[in-house]
Write a protein that binds this ligand. Structure first.
Ligand code: SF4
Length: 264
């Protein structure tokens, strides 16, 4: 499965003042993908579509490059203290995804370019809680691996957290495009998780995400890159042949992971 490419891109004028915003603008303005401006990433208008369903589908293929103005992070209990806002929205179409209701009227994919400001805010949260460890979750409102080939923000967040003695990062993904992250200087401070499910569930309930086999292969690479690694198997579904389906998934997972990482 190829990495996501948008059909339409909007930029906030403010985003062009940041190196990443400028770089993305330069990259896309002559790419053949239509580029437009929007006054705010919170109110994007002009996404085409004759019906609401068509507009929704087109919005999920629209990228919005903006500045994250709210630097007060949401809490993300119990698995982390705070949500790290790198992106909002996802190109996947998982039938059960909670983003479909929480982002119902703004389903487009927003990426934020003011990374230094976001990291400075994270540093403040870490200092406030010292000497306790502070954990940040980067997948509360998006799948950050799904847009990493566009922004490179997740790698920067991983390396930022690698340099924080008391900071930890975690995220979960259904995408297999992990190559840019494999050489990141993570220092064991990032917990990489894959969301996996039986092949049947991936095929019929998770359209627009990476096939199971690709996710498992990616997990093997991530394990070899030394990241702390975990898996989420959810939602568990009962379908004809579910026991065999989940059994095959677990066997394949075992076979893809390096032997020495299987018990860790
Ligand atoms: S990949 Fe995750 S965030 Fe994206 S649609 Fe599926 S469940 Fe939602």
């Amino acid at each position: 499965m190829k990495p996501f490419e948008p059909d339409l891109i909007f930029f906030e004028p403010e985003a062009l003042k940041y190196p990443l915003g400028e770089e993305l603008y330069r990259r896309y303005k002559n790419s053949g993908i239509p580029v437009r401006m929007t006054t705010s990433h919170n109110r994007v208008t002009g996404i085409p579509g004759r019906t609401e369903a068509e507009k929704y589908r087109n919005a999920k293929r629209t990228l919005v490059v903006g500045v994250r103005k709210t630097l007060k992070f949401d809490t993300s209990k119990p698995s982390a203290e705070y949500a790290l806002p790198l992106a909002t929205g996802c190109m996947g179409h998982c039938h059960y995804c909670y983003l479909q209701t929480t982002m119902g009227n703004r389903p487009y994919i927003r990426v934020y370019v003011n990374l230094e400001e976001i990291f400075a805010a994270a540093r403040k949260y870490i200092l406030e809680r010292a000497p306790e460890i502070t954990r940040f979750e980067a997948a509360c409102t998006s799948d950050p691996v799904g847009v990493e080939h566009i922004t490179g923000s997740l790698k920067r967040a991983i390396e930022f957290m690698g340099g924080q003695e008391l900071g930890r990062l975690r995220f979960v993904t259904k995408y297999s495009h992990v190559e840019p992250l494999l050489d990141a200087d993570h220092r064991g401070h990032t917990h990489f998780r894959f969301s996996i499910n039986a092949d049947h569930v991936v095929k019929f309930f998770e359209p627009g995400t990476s096939p199971l086999r690709d996710r498992l292969e990616a997990a093997g690479k991530v394990a070899r890159a030394g990241y702390p690694l975990g898996f989420i198997i959810a939602p568990l579904m009962i379908f004809d042949g579910w026991k065999e389906g989940y059994g095959r998934m677990l066997e394949e997972l075992r076979d893809r992971l390096p032997r020495k990482r299987r018990r860790s």
